[in-house]
Design a protein around this ligand. Sequence first.
Ligand SMILES: Nc1nc2c(ncn2[C@@H]2O[C@H](COP(=O)(O)OP(=O)(O)OP(=O)(O)O)[C@@H](O)[C@H]2O)c(=O)[nH]1
Ligand SMILES: [Mg+2]
Length: 307
Amino acid sequence: MGGGGSKEQSVLQTPWRTMNWGKKKDELEWLKSFRLQSGHVKCLRVLVCGPAGGGKSSFINSVDSICQNRITSPADAHNAQGTDLQLAKTAGQSFTLNYKTHQIQRERPGQYFPFTFNDIMGFEGTRGILLEDIELAMKGHVKEDYKFDPESALDDSNDSYNNNPTSNEKAHILVLVVAVNINDVADQRMFKKMTEVRIAARDLGIPQIAILTKIDERSSPLVKENLRNVYSCTYIKNAMEKLSNTMGFPLNCIFPLKNYHAEIELKDEVDMLILTALRKILDLANEHVNATGVAATNLSANNVNRT
Ligand SMILES: Nc1nc2c(ncn2[C@@H]2O[C@H](COP(=O)(O)OP(=O)(O)OP(=O)(O)O)[C@@H](O)[C@H]2O)c(=O)[nH]1
Ligand SMILES: [Mg+2]
């Protein structure tokens, strides 16, 4: 569980990535005024995926908390390290089983941000969500509340299969959520699965980013003490570089952060790391939707010109 040996725990004199920690107000203003670039869809759909227990549901809860300016937990997060016998049996297995769309409420009830998050079942060692089902979710074929089956993929005869997904129902970005110690704990099979999902997203033209969670519990004590040391910690830097090397994510598409999981109040440093990742997610999704909207318009214009 630890963050590796003392060499890996070493601390850089100067942070290798610059963060303006005093910018939270500006980031929140940006978020509040966030609009879609294209009228092609009503809402951006962010699909999270990753190993069981990596922090997918907690990430959705953390974004929701920041957006509502209070700690909330719309997505079911779960501590699989529980000592209860029943819980212990589920260690390593995904707690989230169903396909669930989370609208993100503004501070005022009944008003929502123009983006949603889709929570799904996690990858497990030998079981967990199937690649085919993640592909179907990306394409918008999975209906709300569908319970994923690790034995067989959703097929088009199932009531939960959406035959004609609209642009709104397709995923507009894929977010891979993994704990910062992923390189220490995941085997080749897990990396293969994650890479396959990334390639599937690429083939569909969907942008992808990675989030490294749990930097508070798996890194240098200096990071635990103060999250502002995140980019001075070599353990986190190494984890990001290794993920970039094994899976091909550019480093500027990998974001380390800590989710809200035990706190009862928001903290500026936690918010800043999450807001930085969220901004990249929304920018990429927005660009993707805009580009596909333009392509669709050009296609229909070409078809009209030909007739
Ligand atoms: N310390 C710490 N704990 C975290 C963090 N993110 C999530 N957790 C904890 O990790 C456990 C699993 O988190 P979840 O959000 O349920 O993970 P998940 O990826 O949704 O898991 P499945 O639904 O089982 O696939 C919970 O006990 C969370 O409280 C984090 O950044 N730091
Ligand atoms: Mg979950």
